[in-house]
Ligand binder design. Sequence first.
Ligand code: 5GP
Ligand code: MG
Ligand code: MG
Length: 186
Amino acid sequence: MDAADMGADLERVLITEDELQAKIRELAGKIDADYAGRDLLIVGVLKGAVMVMADLARALHIPVQMDWMAVSSYGAGTKTSGVVRVLKDLDTDIAGRHVLVVEDIIDSGLTLSWLVHNLRSREPASVEICAALRKPDAIKVPIDVKYVGFDIPNEFVIGYGLDYAERYRNLPFIGTLAPHVYGGGA
Ligand code: 5GP
Ligand code: MG
Ligand code: MG
């Protein structure tokens, strides 16, 4: 799927595919250096982190293991519910492991803050966060993110794994939606 397939639904492209891919390579270089010689488990948070996990994992030179969690904090719309539910837990026992949580976006930070707390209780060797996007103006809880792709304005974005009512995840770029998409109710 690309911009042309969105017709009038796309308002504007915020981050291009090339910019995303270059940033993922840059982050992978840092992670390679930081975790060299260590045994790393990267944990993708479904479903939004699927694209960044797939690209990041392939850009890394160090061998990693991959696992997934699914948590839910949003309904079908664009507002946070403030409630985190675990829909799918890890398959891996992370006690003593180095864990890197890979996320699509940090908005309020509530989901990740809850998740990191949850993972730390399992006594891993370390837990760090890598997020493709972050909205500094939307943060509600302080959160220590080691690797961030882009800081973006406090707007609802779609693409590169991020959805609106489960649509637009397979766009290769980050964009904003035209107001008529929300107005029409998806
Ligand atoms: P947070 O708990 O930091 O507010 O965000 C939790 C989740 O909400 C993110 O992992 C993401 O799935 C979703 N989310 C937050 N902001 C946006 C956005 O601008 N667009 C989309 N599509 N999802 C978002
Ligand atoms: Mg997410
Ligand atoms: Mg969503």
